[in-house]
Design a protein around this ligand. Structure first.
Ligand code: CUA
Length: 366
């Protein structure tokens, strides 16, 4: 124990000494330059195309939040500059000089100073609180009577979107008509998740056993990425989603496609049979015999979806085949079994021909 203590003391002495000589040799300027360069690298790393951002709001809710964030950041910046400014001036002006060994005048117990900084801090906090409460109260307003109701159900690790008034169910890709208020009702099937489209609205926890609410108006046509922001298990980082804000006409077209479901002519295609035997226990497709699977995502309109596995990979016939063969290769932790892989002596549920037929069938669901 004693030896350890001596070792630590010795090490700290060496470190202290070498640091002091280094400071003298390179000067403060060199250290400042290195620090600035490091900060610059971090700042520059934030530039570029980052679509999942709060800085370009496309909904009224996100705009309100940004309108709060920007003035709060400016206030914080002014405080930072003042505090760091005082710190630097004090460090330089009152630094140690040889011969100056006395204790500086003590200001402890100076009522004027103490009241000043208490009142100043309280005022700053009061201003921030009023601004925040104002934004919160607008965001807490109940949706209007014409709002589009969407029930959001979080699952490990994908999202289900149900439009009860339109009799439409879909997964991971949320369609919203521009300019119409949306009334989201969020529930979870398993653990706690969190729902977040940074460009459209704030975050909302999605908790089992309760229904949380959120409403906003999408204001700009576009595709906006979102994701789960509460750690919810192995594939939490791959629990993504996309919001398609479209024109009312395009929305109606999409709703009609979802309501109609599969072309009845497809019922005799080879893929339909493969689907019915192997997939229908978990997945449904409107307009087919597979109408009862509830465990996995609804696949009506799957052919038109842009991504697979809750936004993990772009949707092409090749990635769809890979996904069916062994989804865990694309998304580790996924609960869907590998249907195209032999497990020990047990042969794969689907042959390569089955997979080809299935992919052809699913790609026509659009
Ligand atoms: Cu769901 Cu994280």
């Amino acid at each position: 124990m004693h030896d350890l203590y001596r070792l630590i003391t010795l090490a700290s002495q060496i470190a202290g000494k070498s640091k002091a000589t280094r400071w003298r040799r390179y000067g403060v300027g060199r250290y400042l330059a290195v620090t600035l360069a490091a900060v610059g690298v971090v700042v520059l790393a934030g530039c570029g195309e980052l679509p999942q951002t709060i800085m370009h709001p496309a909904g009224d809710d996100a705009r309100l939040i940004l309108d709060l964030l920007v003035p709060v950041l400016w206030i914080a910046l002014v405080i930072l500059v003042v505090v760091v400014g005082f710190l630097i001036v004090s460090m330089v002006k009152y630094r140690y000089r040889p011969g100056n060994d006395g204790i500086p005048p003590q200001i402890h117990g100076n009522p004027r100073l103490e009241i000043t900084w208490m009142v100043a801090s309280a005022l700053i906090v009061a201003v921030l609180a009023v601004m925040t409460f104002k934004t919160m109260s607008i965001r807490a307003e109940a949706p209007g009577p014409g709002a589009l109701i969407v029930e959001v159900t979080a699952n490990q690790w994908w999202w289900e979107f149900t439009y009860p008034e339109l009799d439409v169910v879909t997964a991971n890709e949320l369609y919203l008509p521009i300019g119409q208020e949306v009334d989201l009702r969020l529930a979870s099937n398993d653990v706690i998740h969190s729902f977040w489209f940074p460009s459209l609205s704030g975050k909302q926890d999605v908790v089992p056993g309760t229904v949380n609410r959120m409403n906003f108006v999408p204001e700009e046509i576009g595709v906006y990425p979102g994701q789960c922001t509460e750690f919810c298990g192995l594939a939490h980082g791959q629990m993504r989603m996309a919001a398609f804000v479209v024109s009312p006409a395009e929305f109606d077209r999409w709703v009609e496609m979802q309501q109609t479901g599969a072309d009845p002519a497809l019922a005799t295609s080879p893929g339909a049979q493969v689907f019915q035997i192997n997939c229908a226990a978990c997945h449904s497709i409107r307009g087919t015999a597979a109408a009862f699977g509830q465990i996995g995502p609804e696949l009506t309109g799957i052919g038109a979806r842009t991504t697979l596995g809750a936004g993990v990979v772009n949707h092409t016939p090749e990635t769809l085949a890979e996904w069916i063969r062994d989804p865990s290769q694309i998304k580790p932790g996924v609960l869907m079994p590998a249907l195209g892989v032999d497990v020990g002596d047990v042969p794969a549920a689907l042959s390569e021909d089955d997979i080809t037929a299935l992919v052809n069938y699913l790609e026509q669901m659009r």
